[in-house]
Design a protein around this ligand. Structure first.
Ligand code: FES
Length: 283
């Protein structure tokens, strides 16, 4: 049994906005029954160009239903431009988090919304490919392309093939594509490293503080927030980085492990190998 939040269970047992809209302005279909998950999302705009109604039909597990339900609630009242900025992490956050193995449900929701917006803008119908003709299908079992894998890896700070499987299913069946996925993950990890010329120059204190904050926001906080935790950067003094855990991380028995194995490890990987992370003194 998955460890779902109360909000996931609520949206699963009482899904909002299930069904169809007559004459929708945009319709998107993603997934397939053969792959175990399929989602159709549609929306209708009001006179001001805001999403007045959004509905969905899905075939999938509890988290697929909850993610779709959450997404329809999230986009109502938004313009199309605002709605297209919704990320899969925001869908998961709206639900109080999803088990990592179920993050692909939030990705499917985001892709269905993009397909519906694409349909609204271009009139193209059916299962819409959001990628250009040169995009290579890496995972034949789930029909996942190179650009989809790169995108999900970049947007969610992923670092392993297993995580990619959790987020978009690629690699989760016969496994023939796993070597290819590993190369793509390595490519994204390389992109995240400071360039050689940037690394050669010592950082000013202001640059170091900015980079530490950027790495915390990109690499660390999304991981903690998935489990209801968070952290705040308190100070950077030379190589000493002072942090404060928030949410469920505050007072957690594993906080010192998280500080050392996650926060310090990421900052050493992306900022400087000499950094030491400590927690702020508690009053
Ligand atoms: S080709 Fe990707 S799991 Fe089979």
């Amino acid at each position: 049994m998955w460890d779902y939040t109360d909000k996931v269970m609520d949206h699963f047992h009482n899904p909002r906005n299930v069904g169809k809209i007559d004459n929708p302005d945009g319709v998107g279909h993603v997934g397939s029954l053969a792959c175990g998950d399929a989602l159709t999302l549609m929306f209708k705009l009001d006179a001001e160009g805001r999403i007045a109604d959004a509905k969905f039909q899905t075939f999938g597990c509890a988290s697929a239903i909850a993610s779709s339900s959450a997404l329809t609630e999230m986009v109502k009242g938004k313009t199309v431009t605002e709605a297209e900025k919704v990320t899969n992490q925001q869908i998961a956050d709206f639900l109080g988090g999803l088990p990592e193995q179920k993050m692909h449900c939030s990705v499917m929701g985001r892709e269905a919304l993009e397909a519906a917006i694409h349909n609204y803008r271009t009139g193209e119908e059916g299962v819409v490919s959001l990628h250009d003709d040169h995009d290579r299908v890496v995972c034949q079992c789930f029909g996942v392309s190179e650009s989809e894998i790169l995108r999900v890896t970049r947007e969610n700070g992923l670092t392993s093939v297993e995580q990619v499987t959790n987020y978009c299913k690629a690699g989760g069946a016969c496994g023939k594509c796993r070597d290819d996925i590993e190369l793509l993950v390595k490519r994204v990890i390389e992109e995240r490293r400071p360039t050689a010329s940037a690394a050669a120059k010592p950082l000013t204190n202001l640059q170091k503080i900015r980079l530490v904050q950027e790495v915390i926001d990109r690499e660390v906080r999304p991981l903690l927030q998935r489990d209801g935790g968070d952290l705040e950067l308190v100070d950077v003094d030379g190589d000493r980085v002072v942090i404060a855990f928030r949410g469920l991380c505050a007072g957690c028995a594993s906080a010192s492990v998280t500080r050392h194995e996650v926060v310090q490890a990421k900052l050493r990987e992306f900022v400087a190998s000499t950094l030491v992370v400590v927690e702020e003194d508690k009053p």
